[in-house]
Design a binder for this molecule. Structure first.
Ligand code: ZN
Length: 367
């Protein structure tokens, strides 16, 4: 029977939400467990607690995929003095691996916020605060006759896709010079002789997580023994990666009906919100989890309402008559992340079952 290792699951989740997209304070990735172990079953959860490890044991799951990393700050002792230490000890004693997919899943367009946007019924989704430093440029020099082959390989490896455009490149014909020496085995020219060759300079953009894949693809098809290329980290924002999402309702709604349907769709017991604006709600900004840091961007993007969580009393004042802040609760805003992960894992892997946890991990109750 075919088997799947934890590493194969980890590698797959890396394609869904690359770990380089996580925020600097975060701790995504495999937190406990051995990558070589065979996956029996996966338990998907928002939080990983002792109760979740008990559920994993009962359901014979040896991999827990959680949104929030149970190890977040430093962990200096493992003596069971608090819930974090007890959860880790229990997981290790029972050979249960824990994988966290946190702000990297927040920061991809198909991630946490997309799920909320679907629940609310938004269209025309864009990243609210695009992230810098996640795009690179590859420049390489190719003899004219190899141009098409190299370009095709680069595009097939994911380079040159920008928004709704694919196969983008810049090309410039020029002369390349070189002299093979010593034990060189040149594709063109002879040892000890200076060569001048018509070459094309090809430039393509790509997403940083694609780097090693792209370089491997380049080296595979480039005819030269020593492939000439350079990589540049770009300052440009990546419109497909970043915090929050913004989109529009199909039809404008008055605030109270909007909030009532938000309460139902997000299955929340309580929405805390700021003063209504004179106009109905059309444009909606979203940030699952603690999102008050994105309020300025939501206002700048002219959102009518910002749906998020974890606003403090004084932060509500910052709505300042420009937007309505609707705080729906941290757990409530992210609870459907389990469905998203469960769907992608079930579609991808058929050698084991993926199930989502039924334990309510929300530490907050409402009266
Ligand atoms: Zn969260």
């Amino acid at each position: 029977m075919a088997t799947t290792t934890i590493k194969e699951v980890v590698d797959f989740l890396e394609t869904i939400a690359p770990s380089v997209y996580q925020e600097s304070y975060d701790n995504c990735g495999l937190l406990t467990g051995n990558q070589k172990d065979i996956v029996q079953r996966i338990l998907v959860t928002l939080d990983c607690t002792e109760a979740i490890i008990d559920e994993a044991i009962a359901k014979r799951c040896n991999l827990v995929v959680a949104h929030h990393p149970i190890i977040f700050g430093g962990l200096k002792k493992l003596t069971g003095q608090n819930y974090v230490e007890r959860t880790i000890i229990k997981a290790i004693k029972n050979d249960i691996a824990i994988f966290a997919i946190h702000t990297n899943l927040d920061n991809v367009l198909q991630g946490v916020n997309k799920k909320i946007a679907e629940k609310i019924g938004l269209t025309n989704l864009r990243v609210l605060a695009p992230k810098k430093g996640t795009l690179m440029k590859l420049t390489t020099f190719v003899p004219l006759e190899a141009k098409e082959k190299v370009l095709q390989a680069l595009h097939a490896a994911g380079a040159g896709s920008i928004g709704n455009y694919k196969n983008c490149s810049f090309q410039l014909v020029g002369e390349g010079t070189f002299q093979p020496t010593g034990n060189a085995n040149p594709a063109l020219g002879k040892i000890g002789r200076q060569e001048t060759v018509q070459e094309v300079r090809i430039e393509v953009l790509f997403a940083t997580p694609n780097k090693s894949h792209l370089i491997a693809a380049l080296k595979k098809v480039h005819p030269y023994e020593e492939v000439a290329y350079y990589l540049h980290q770009l300052e440009n924002e990546n419109p497909e990666v970043g915090s929050g999402i913004i989109g529009e309702l199909e039809k404008p709604m008055e605030l109270l009906p909007f909030l009532t349907s938000l309460k139902t769709n997000m299955n929340t017991a309580c929405i805390r919100y700021t003063q209504p604006l004179p106009l109905p709600i059309k444009r909606v900004a979203i940030c699952g989890g603690s999102g008050s840091f994105l309020l300025p961007q939501a206002i700048a993007a002219k959102a009518d309402v910002f749906v998020s969580a974890d606003f403090k009393y004084h932060e509500f004042f910052n709505a300042d008559g420009k937007i309505v802040v609707a705080d729906i609760g941290h757990f409530e805003s992210e609870q459907f992340t389990k469905d998203l992960l469960s769907v992608v894992l079930t579609e991808k892997f058929t050698t084991f079952a993926t199930t989502f946890s039924t334990t309510n991990t929300n530490p907050i109750s409402y009266l």
